[in-house]
Design a protein around this ligand. Structure first.
Ligand SMILES: [Zn+2]
Length: 283
């Protein structure tokens, strides 16, 4: 099996993207891997600090590794949004495939210095681990929002991106390019495709698009054509999971077996996964 870095580079070269899907339980895990298996593509399972605390930091890693070894299916695990060096160290030591240090709420200098500390530590433990960082604030939510959150809107400049990469040595960068975490009711602002393209050419590293739930098909496709090699989806999966669960519970009110009524939640989530993979890989 190729490494995660090779899959990401391959995606970038082909102008497609690897899907990054967040989960917080085993139904979510199965929804993602079954969707990826059906379409025969590599996939990244994302777990934020809160999600991995719920499902188990080391436990979910074991699930992913066991599944990957048994099936040969390229499934990788990323520690999504990690807000401190200590929590980055935890997942590096555990053996995650990649990690994102999110210092976007810190002053830029501090974001740079902690990101560099994370990169240096991670590579000293595991030279193959990928470290991603972010610049520019795109909000912190994975919810349905009434309006664009405060502080969101200023785009990452090309100079900031180049400086950041040179000073930190990250493998991948998530810039603020008009994207927003969470989903804004009534539609989201457009992505700045030109900025994505300028940053991509200037830093020559794979870009990661966060907060892609709610963005238009055209915007996501153009972002991928312009250098985005990983796209994060979370909120749309959460919405689908909950809708599937509510539907199952209402259709079988007397059913008490979780493995029966949770199937509906899992399959609604899997549908979103497959739709997004088709969009990201142009299948
Ligand atoms: Zn994100």
């Amino acid at each position: 099996m190729k490494s995660l870095q090779q899959y990401i580079q391959e995606a970038k070269d082909k102008k497609i993207a690897v899907g990054h899907f967040n989960i917080s339980n085993l139904e979510g895990f199965w929804a993602v891997v079954m969707g990826a298996k059906n379409l025969n593509v590599p996939i990244i399972i994302g777990v934020s600090e809160g999600e991995r605390d719920f499902v188990g930091v080391k436990e979910i890693l074991s699930v992913v590794k066991t599944y990957r070894e048994q099936t040969g299916q390229p499934v990788f695990i990323n520690a999504d949004h990690t807000y401190s060096f200590e929590r980055v160290k935890e997942v590096v030591d555990a053996g995650y495939d990649s990690v994102i240090f999110d210092g976007t709420e810190l002053p830029l200098e501090e974001n740079i210095s902690i990101t560099k500390k994370c990169v240096d530590y991670a590579k000293s433990v595991n030279p193959n681990i990928l470290v991603e960082a972010e610049i520019g604030f795109i909000g912190k939510s994975s919810k349905l929002l009434d309006s664009v959150p405060d502080g969101v809107g200023r785009l990452t400049s090309v100079e900031e991106a180049v400086d950041f990469v040179n000073q930190t040595g990250v493998d991948m960068l998530a810039p603020a390019v008009g994207n927003i975490h969470g989903m804004v009711k009534g539609g989201e602002p457009a992505l700045n495709i030109e900025r994505i393209s300028e940053i991509s050419k200037a830093i020559n590293l794979p870009l990661v698009l966060h907060g892609a739930s709610g963005n238009s098909i055209e915007d996501v496709t153009n972002a991928i054509n312009s250098g985005v090699a990983i796209v994060h989806i979370n909120t749309e999966l959460r919405v689908a999971y909950k809708q599937g669960l509510v539907k199952s519970l209402s259709e079988m009110p007397d059913e008490i077996s979780p493995y029966k009524y949770l199937k509906g939640a899992r399959s609604e989530m899997q549908k979103v996964v497959e739709d997004k993979i088709k969009l990201f890989t142009k299948i």
